[in-house]
Design a protein around this ligand. Sequence first.
Ligand SMILES: Nc1nc2c(ncn2[C@@H]2O[C@H](COP(=O)(O)OP(=O)(O)O)[C@@H](O)[C@H]2O)c(=O)[nH]1
Ligand SMILES: [Mg+2]
Length: 236
Amino acid sequence: MNTGMVNSLSVFFPCYNEQDNIERVVKSALDVLTGLNIDFEIIIVNDGSKDRTGQVADLLAQKNKRIKAVHHQVNRGYGAALQSGFAAASKEYVFYTDGDGQFDIKELPMFFKYMADYDIVTGFRINRQDNLARKINAFCWTTMVNLLFGMKIKDMDCAFKLYKRRIFDDIKLRSTGALINTEIFARAKNKGYKVYQIGVHHYPRTAGVQTGAKLSVILRAFKELFALYKQIKSDK
Ligand SMILES: Nc1nc2c(ncn2[C@@H]2O[C@H](COP(=O)(O)OP(=O)(O)O)[C@@H](O)[C@H]2O)c(=O)[nH]1
Ligand SMILES: [Mg+2]
């Protein structure tokens, strides 16, 4: 396959208690990336998991020098996990998806050609595998943050996003919770970075426990949203 400009790529997976998913997810990434014939690295970000995720990550890293494990000593949140992934990424492009296997990394190569004209290529779920309440929550959230920051993102928290890595040298991130994607997109928009959106498939969780819709996660996102809104208005 012609990978265009994307020939140096960091791929990372935020993981919180994903001991039964992470090996399968990393193997599928290895298969796809090896087949592309590019310079790549895979980074597992273990966000203070209480299960064996950390040990599994270290074992995978020991067996393959293209795999790295980054650990948080305690659970710090989804945003903190993404920040650690971006900071550990050393290649020209950086991609992340969740460590729970709800996306198929085989869909990543179709993102590459858009990197000629865009700085970020982000997925939106065409068949989101969540209950109705969660879908309504997500719709309201995406609509609200789009209005607040003047964006047109279809699925803000779709965990399937490809970036030029240098964007993260240019924008400083503060959110450690679920606001992180909104923060990245709002700050990137202010700097004039261009975004392209592509539909991707979404699969049910087959192991482990979902924590993304917990009330504490949502309340923290709102708290971070007020802070971000104030910061962005005062930056202008
Ligand atoms: N919710 C949550 N997820 C985390 C955290 N740190 C890492 N993750 C990972 O973020 C991903 C999304 O979490 P999940 O509970 O599946 O949320 P959902 O897919 O939005 O329903 C998974 O890969 C988690 O392992 C954290 O502190 N909280
Ligand atoms: Mg999930």
